[in-house]
Design a binder for this molecule. Sequence first.
Ligand SMILES: N[C@@H](CCC(=O)N[C@@H](CS)C(=O)NCC(=O)O)C(=O)O
Length: 158
Amino acid sequence: MKLYGVKGSPFVRKALVVLEEKGLSYELETMVSVSPKSPELLALHPLGKIPILRDGELVVPDSSVICAYLEKKYPAPALYPADPAEYAKALFLEEYADTRMFEVLGPVLFERVVKRFVFLWLRITMPSSGPAPSPYTAASIPWTGLTSTPAARRNHAE
Ligand SMILES: N[C@@H](CCC(=O)N[C@@H](CS)C(=O)NCC(=O)O)C(=O)O
């Protein structure tokens, strides 16, 4: 199996936790979801987001869908409760974390972790001269992908 994304994404990490906890063999292929979205990304995910799972011919976009798919295909160890009421509670917590919590904490994560990491990465890898890097590589993150959250958009508009 192959998971497309980057470890800095909390949604990718969610899928990674499930892959790891279930002891599945997989590889993580670096794919960024910066704008402009690459044709490779859009071919795998109609919304151009990460993570995406590939299992043979099957392509599964979206972290919640990936987790549900893996739980169904590899039921042991179970990561969701069997009891329907507890299951509903777990699903809501997952939804809450993916939406409201991400809206609130995403910009903090971005400022405190992603930005530092990206700028450090750039300092190490960016050529000081020559052609500009492809907009689809991680090198373009500071000028493109940073627009992927409203807070980042505000930040860049300033
Ligand atoms: N509901 C999606 C959200 C995924 C998501 O927003 N991923 C971010 C990276 S942390 C992304 O690709 N953002 C790019 C965009 O929104 O255009 C999931 O759970 O997979």
